[in-house]
Write a new protein. Structure first.
Length: 232
């Protein structure tokens, strides 16, 4: 990925600071909060223990990136978060846990049914599901109608099909509905150049943490004009 549009964050805190301008004290507070959340961790472990661990994908978002999602949602307090790709629901659970602590916000997830016997998001604790709306289907068919219904969103996370075409299309589609100051995140940005090319097209420098990429939508009107011209 080109250095012109990407910068690797040395650690989790720097990644979050660059995307939100949160200070060290805030970030440490939120990390401690999710680390010590016994109810959440107990529910996750119970649900995980009932599942065949051999079917876990090594590509999935783990505890470290889940913590990033939690802190971002706690800091930004978004009204609406949209993600594509759920699988077991690790990322969804961390996002929902933050929204629950905020006592505000809804997560909308698009996913195809996953696995032979488990539904999408089977890992998500029951006490968090009242803030969750699951749409079953392909993002290529479901994302546009969802975004048109929602209008604007605070955070978008891509973690569905990691083809170049699908990733680039999801970024372009979500970007137009992301509010100023909102964050676009993508997992597995290392599989192709879609994230890099998109960042170049909207002239936004991105930050990388492992294989997670993040960019902030500017409040600048010139950035909005650039995006409109690109989509025409």
């Amino acid at each position: 990925m080109g250095n012109a549009v990407h910068r690797a964050a040395p650690n989790l805190q720097n990644f979050i600071k660059s995307l939100t301008e949160a200070n060290t004290t805030e970030i440490q507070k939120y990390i401690a909060e999710i680390t010590s959340n016994r109810e959440s961790h107990s529910c996750l472990e119970e649900n995980r223990s009932n599942f065949d661990r051999r079917l876990f994908s090594s590509w999935g978002i783990g505890e470290r990136l889940g913590t990033v999602l939690y802190v971002l949602c706690r800091k930004l307090r978004p009204d609406t978060v949209v993600e594509t790709g759920v699988a077991s629901g690790v990322s969804s659970a961390y996002i929902l846990c933050a929204l629950e602590e905020n006592r505000h916000g809804t997560l909308y997830s698009i996913d195809l049914p996953w696995g032979r016997t488990k539904q999408s998001g089977w890992l998500i604790p029951d006490y968090l599901r009242h803030r969750w709306q699951l749409i079953l289907g392909r993002s290529s068919e479901e994302l546009i109608p969802l975004l048109e219904k929602l209008g604007t969103i605070g955070i978008f996370l891509h973690d569905s099909e990691h083809s170049y075409q699908n990733m680039l299309w999801e970024y372009q589609t979500a970007w137009g509905h992301l509010k100023g100051g909102g964050i676009l995140l993508s997992h597995n940005v290392d599989v192709n150049n879609a994230f890099s090319n998109f960042c170049e097209s909207v002239r936004v420098k991105a930050l990388l943490l492992a294989n997670m990429g993040g960019i902030v939508k500017s409040l600048n009107k010139d950035s909005l004009k650039l995006y409109s011209a690109m989509m025409d």
